[in-house]
Design a protein around this ligand. Structure first.
Ligand code: IMP
Length: 467
C-alpha cells in the first residue's frame, strides 16, 4: 500500500486516490475512437506510476488541456505531463520516428520533460514506403476506400504480419539496419513502381535519415515488457492507455473499416507484453453521443442540423488529420457491445455538455434489421450496414452544465439521461466529463478502487463518491 503524497497534484479530485490499494488499469475507447480518452487518461495518470501505450501509432490523437494550455499527443502517453510518471510506448505500437521526434521537440518547447519516456525495442517502425503505400492504396480502392489517416499504419502492421518489418532494435544496429533496409527498399520499390506508379526510394537516403532518428531516440529505447514486469513486481500503479476505439478493432470492429491493431482491452495485454491476471480494472470511455471519422456504416449518423450542432459545439475535427468527424446520437447497442468485448467495469461519459442546448435527445436502444428488433451488435458487417436505429427520445435539459462539480449540480434531465445510458449499457458510469479542462469533471465513483456498483440507486438517488 502506498500513499501518493509525493505527487504534486493541483486538483482536489486526486484526493480520491490517496491511500488506496494499488491497481493496474486499462482505459479504452468504447466507440469509434475520439471519445476523449486523452482527458480521462490524463486525469487517471495522476495516480499512475507508469503509463503504457500498447497499440496503434501516430494515427491516434489525444488532446489534453492543462492550465489553459493544449497538448496534442499522437504517440506519447498522456502521462508525460507528470514528470514522475514513467511513460512507455509498448511493443504493440508502430512508431513513426519522424513524428515522434517532432512530438518530443514540441513537448520540450513547452518545458515538458521527456526523460521519463521509454520506447519498446520490439515495436515496429513506420518507413516512408508505408506512408506512400497507405495513401496510394486508398486512392486505388476508390469507392471501397477505408478513409485511413494516411499515416502508414496499415502497411506497417502488414509488414509486421508478413515478417518483413523493421523494428526499433534494428534501428539501434546500424549494420543490421543497412542490410535490412537495402533488401526491403528494393523489394518495396517494385511495389511502388509496378503497382502504384510511384517513384522509387533511394535506400542510401532512407538509411541516413533513419540512422539519425536512431541516434536521437537511442536513450529512450528499452525492453518494455521487462520494464513493465519490474513495475508490476515493485507494486507500481500501471495505466494502459488505449488508442482508437472498440469498433476500430481489427478483429472485433466494423471490418474492413477498422484500424490494423487491437484497441480492445485484450490488445493492451498483448501489446504491452503482460499477462491478463495483472489487470484490476477496465474503464471504457464513451462520448454522450457518437462520432466516427473515415468510411463505414454508422446507424445513428445525423446528416441534418443536429449533426452540425454536435460537430460545432463538440469541435469534432480529427486531432491527427483535421477531418470533420461524422456525428450521431448515442448508440447503446454499441455501448453494450463495448462492455462485452472489453469486460468493462465502468464507463467515463465525456462531452455531456455538448448536448446542453438541445430540446430533445435521442438514444439508440436497439437495431431493426428486416423488420426484426436486435439488441446485440451484429458481427456481420453486411448486417451492420442494414441496421436501422430504434430510438427512444428524451427531453433535453437546455441548461449549461460546464461548471457542474458533482452529480447533484446537474439538471435533473441530464441526470436522467446518464442514468438511462448506464441502464442500457448495463455498466456503472464512474466519471462524467463536461468540458476539456481537468476541473470540468464529475467523479461519480472512484473508477479504479471504488466498488463496482450502479450510477444511481434503484429509486433514482444519485450514488456519489464516498457515500
Ligand atoms: P488507420 O488507422 O490510419 O489505418 O485508419 C483506419 C480507420 O481508423 C480510419 O477510419 C481512421 O479514420 C480510423 N482511425 C484511426 N485512428 C483513429 C483515431 O485515433 N481516432 C478515430 N479514428 C481513427
Amino acid at each position: 500500500m502506498t500513499a501518493y503524497t509525493n505527487k504534486n497534484h493541483n486538483n482536489g479530485l486526486c484526493k480520491l486516490y490517496f491511500n488506496k490499494p494499488l491497481a493496474n488499469v486499462i482505459v479504452i475507447g468504447a466507440q469509434w475512437g475520439d471519445e476523449g480518452k486523452g482527458k480521462i487518461t490524463d486525469l487517471l495518470s495522476r495516480s499512475a506510476d507508469v503509463v503504457v501505450r500498447s497499440q496503434g501509432g501516430v494515427n491516434a490523437g489525444h488532446t489534453v488541456v492543462v492550465a489553459g494550455q493544449t497538448f496534442k499527443l499522437h504517440l506519447i502517453p498522456s502521462g508525460i505531463l507528470y514528470p514522475e510518471t514513467e511513460c512507455i510506448v509498448g511493443s504493440g505500437t508502430v512508431i513513426d520516428p519522424q513524428v515522434l521526434i517532432e512530438e518530443i521537440e514540441q513537448l520540450k518547447a513547452l518545458n515538458v520533460s521527456v526523460d521519463n519516456l521509454f520506447i519498446s525495442q520490439t515495436a515496429h517502425v513506420t518507413m516512408p514506403y508505408h506512408r506512400s503505400i497507405d495513401m496510394a492504396s486508398e486512392e486505388r480502392r476508390g469507392d471501397y476506400k477505408i478513409g485511413t489517416t494516411g499515416r502508414g499504419i496499415g502497411p506497417t502492421y502488414a509488414d509486421k504480419s508478413e515478417r518483413t518489418g523493421i523494428r526499433v532494435l534494428d534501428l539501434m544496429d546500424s549494420d543490421l539496419l543497412k542490410e535490412k533496409l537495402e533488401w526491403t527498399i528494393n523489394y518495396k520499390n517494385v511495389i511502388l513502381d509496378k503497382l502504384y506508379n510511384l517513384p522509387p526510394l533511394d535506400p542510401a537516403v532512407v538509411i541516413t535519415e533513419y540512422l539519425a532518428y536512431a541516434d536521437y531516440l537511442r536513450p529512450h529505447v528499452v525492453d518494455s515488457s521487462l520494464q513493465i514486469y519490474q513495475a508490476v513486481q515493485a507494486k507500481k500503479n500501471i495505466l494502459f492507455e488505449g488508442a482508437q476505439g472498440t469498433l476500430l478493432d481489427l478483429d472485433h470492429g466494423t471490418y474492413p473499416y477498422v484500424t490494423s491493431s487491437n484497441p480492445i482491452a485484450g490488445g493492451s495485454c498483448v501489446g504491452a507484453g503482460v499477462g491478463p491476471t495483472i489487470i484490476d480494472r477496465v474503464i471504457g470511455v464513451a462520448k454522450a453521443y457518437t462520432t466516427r471519422v473515415g468510411e463505414g456504416p454508422f446507424p445513428t449518423e445525423l446528416s441534418e442540423e443536429v449533426g452540425e450542432i454536435l460537430g460545432d459545439r463538440g469541435a469534432e475535427f480529427g486531432t491527427t488529420t483535421g477531418r470533420r468527424r461524422r456525428c450521431g446520437w448515442f448508440d447503446a447497442v454499441i455501448g453494450r457491445y463495448a462492455v462485452r468485448i472489453n469486460g468493462l467495469d465502468c464507463v467515463a461519459v465525456t462531452k455531456l455538455d455538448v448536448l446542453d442546448t438541445l430540446e430533445e435527445i435521442k438514444v439508440c436502444v436497439a437495431y431493426e434489421v428486416d423488420g426484426e428488433t436486435r439488441h446485440h451488435f451484429p458481427s456481420n458487417a453486411v448486417d451492420f450496414a442494414s441496421c436501422k436505429p430504434v430510438y427512444k427520445t428524451l427531453p433535453g435539459w437546455q441548461q449549461d452544465t460546464t461548471n457542474c462539480q458533482k452529480l447533484e449540480d446537474l439538471p435533473a434531465k441530464a441526470l436522467s439521461y446518464l442514468k438511462f445510458l448506464a441502464e442500457l449499457m448495463e455498466v456503472p458510469i464512474a466519471i462524467v466529463s463536461l468540458g476539456p479542462s481537468r476541473d470540468q469533471t464529475i467523479i461519480v465513483e472512484d473508477p479504479i478502487h471504488g466498488p463496482k456498483r450502479a450510477l444511481l440507486d434503484a429509486d433514482g438517488t444519485p450514488v456519489v463518491a464516498g457515500s
